[in-house]
Each structure stands twice: as C-alpha cells, then as structure tokens.
Design a protein around this ligand. Structure first.
Ligand code: IPM
Ligand code: MG
Length: 356
C-alpha cells in the first residue's frame, strides 16, 4: 500500500511531519512518498498541482494532505493559486464524499466559545458533497451585463448546479453513515430560494425511501447555521452541498474547541481517499512550532480506517490523542488555565509516546 504525502504550505509541513512520526511508530506495511503541492509546488515547478504530484496522488491508495495557501499568492491568476491544488485533486480523483466529524473531547469542553453544556458530548458528522455545486459549475467568469439591475456594467457570475446522480450518491453515503450511528440524517438546503436545492431536497427525499430505518429531516442552511450554535447536539449526520458544507463545517469546528482538532476524509467511489485537517495553512503562525498537529494526526487515523483497512491502528491513534489531552497537554489554540502549553513537536512526540 502506498501513501502519497503532500504537506503543502504554511503549517502544513510541520503538522504532517508529526502525523508521519505517529504513522511510523505503528510500523505498518506501507510506503510513503512525499511531493510538493500548493504554493510550494508553484515556487518549484510553476504550478500548484504539477503533473508529477497528481500522478503520485492518483497511484496512491491514500493521500495525506497538509494545507495549502498563503496571502502572498492572492494576486496570482486563479489557475495558479495554491487552492487550485486541493480543488484539482478533488476533481481529478473524483473525491466527492467529504466526511468532517465534529467531536468535542470532554477534556476540551472549556476551550470552545460556547457554553460547556451545549457542547459536552457533541459528536456530529458533516458530510459535504465535494466535487459539484457552485464550486465547479460552468460557465463562470466575468462579462458585461446584458440585463439585471445595471445593464452594460461589468459583472461576475458562477453556476450552481447538481445532477441527479451527484445528489443520489452523496445521499447514499449519508444514509449509510447514519446506519452506523444514530440513524438520523439532516439534509441542509436552500430549497425556499434555489432551484438547485429544491432538486437536492427532492432527490435526497427519494433516496431516503430506500432507508426506512433512517429518519430524514430537512433544514434551510440559514436555520442550520443558527441551530448549530443554539443546540448542536440535536444534529447527528448532516448532509449538504459543497458550498454550504464548506461554511457549516468551519462553524461546526468551533463547537469542538478549535479547528485545530478537526480531521477530514474525502473519498471517491473506489474508497481511495485524501485525508487532511479541516483547517488551513495559517501562514501567520507557520514555522513557529505553534500549530496543533492533532487534526492531521486524527486525519491519519481516518486514513487507516477508511482507505488502508487498519481499523485497529486507527483506534490506537485516537486513543493516544485522548490520552495526551487527559495528560493536560495543549497547543496554544486549545490552551486554558491549569493545562500545560506545548508546541507542535512536543504534541506529536506525546502522541507517539502514548501509542507506546
Ligand atoms: C476547505 C477549504 C477549501 C474549500 C479551500 C482551501 C479551497 O476551505 O477544504 O474547506 O473551500 O473547500
Ligand atoms: Mg473551508
């Protein structure tokens, strides 16, 4: 089995290094190969997703990804910006199913900006469709308006669209995931305004009929954003489109105390997967040893479970993460009084030790 390791930019290299330490101590039979991606690849090869990196990713059983992006690339044309690397990998590998679990560890209840009683015991799973919607819809671009409020003015536009098979397959993923949990799915849409999301709601409802044992409800995205901070524990599996999922998963991250704790998995229909922390490259703290490596370490655990068929090794990592939190070790993002502040490497070392 082969893992493509793509650390990327900013804190990406630091946090991926810690995840690799953890994977190595498990002594499992796979090889790892590292390649440049994002701004780092642009500097070296003139493109954020060079052919060689894409080839390595396609051939691997799983991809461990750090993060991409830096403000210094904001002025580049869109096709060369670091973000295109992750969007390109999602598209070229068909990674349509994005799992973003938001679990509030009991040790971190105090680290969230929400009241402890709202989030203690929180365990929700956001399933975000990842290769469709307004992110990839064509046409898009800039032009001169021919109608609208200001005909003749310069305008920009994107296309929101979903086809029936795209909605069906992500709905199946959600219902099947719900069967392994508490058998509840909330589908988030904007059917009151958008044609695309009325269709989404209709198709999810149809697919839901094949899962009579799973309770399905529907919620408008604005309400879902509100309910997520009002009563987050009412949710179990949340399934939604690419754009709403992007926004709601960042919101859900804060329920867990820090986005530095949130892993993610993006799978295609062959169970090939890309595993990355839900957070970004945080260039402001890059190279300072301040970043929390736990989201990446937990992403490595998801990789072992979903793509490499090593559920026991995955469980060992997850147990070790809980152990270091119980020891009171905290990177700055999850630090609170009475705990011990540690850096990126110390946190990784502690997880390695806890695996034993
Ligand atoms: C995410 C990120 C990406 C997205 C960016 C980096 C393109 O925000 O994975 O949530 O918008 O999907
Ligand atoms: Mg995002």
């Amino acid at each position: 089995m082969k893992i493509a390791v793509l650390p990327g930019d900013g804190i990406g290299t630091e946090i991926v290094a810690e995840a690799i330490k953890v994977l190595e101590v498990l002594d499992l039979p796979f090889e790892m190969e590292t390649a440049l991606v994002g701004g780092a690849a642009y500097e070296a090869h003139g493109h954020p997703l060079p052919e060689s990196t894409l080839k390595l990713a396609k051939e691997a059983d799983a991809i461990l990804f750090g993060a991409v992006g830096d403000w210094k690339y904001d002025k580049l044309e869109r096709a060369l910006r670091p973000e295109q690397a992750i969007l390109g990998l999602r598209k070229h590998l068909g990674l349509f199913a994005n799992f973003r679990p938001a679990i509030c560890y009991e040790q971190l209840v105090g680290a969230s900006s929400l009241k402890p009683e709202l989030i203690a015991g929180l365990d929700i799973l956001i399933i975000r469709e990842l290769t469709g919607d307004i992110y990839f819809g064509q046409p898009r671009g800039r032009r001169t308006a021919v109608d609208g409020h200001f005909p003749g003015a310069e305008e920009a536009f994107d296309t929101m669209r979903y086809s029936r098979p795209e909605i069906e397959r992500i709905a199946h993923v959600a219902f099947q995931a719900a069967r392994k949990r508490s058998k509840r799915v909330t589908s988030v849409d904007k059917a009151n305004v958008l044609e695309t999301f009325q269709f989404w709601k209709d198709v999810v409802t149809e697919v839901g009929k094949e899962y009579p044992d799973v309770a399905l409800d529907h919620m408008y995205v604005d309400n879902a954003a509100m309910q997520l901070v009002r009563a987050p524990k009412k949710f179990d599996v949340v399934v939604t489109g690419n754009m709403f999922g992007d926004i709601l998963s960042d919101e859900a991250a804060m329920l867990t105390g820090s986005i530095g704790m949130l892993p993610s998995a993006s799978l295609n229909s062959k169970n090939q997967g890309l595993y990355e922390p839900s957070h970004g490259s945080a260039p402001d703290i890059a190279g300072k040893g301040l970043a929390n490596p736990l989201a990446t370490i937990l992403s490595a655990a998801m990789m072992l479970r979903f793509s490499l068929n090593q559920p026991e090794a995955a469980a060992r990592i997850e147990k070790a993460v809980k152990a270091v939190l119980s020891q009171g070790l905290r990177t700055p993002d999850i630090y609170s009084e009475g705990t011990a502040k540690v850096g990126t490497m110390q946190m990784g070392d502690a997880v390695v030790r806890a695996i034993g």
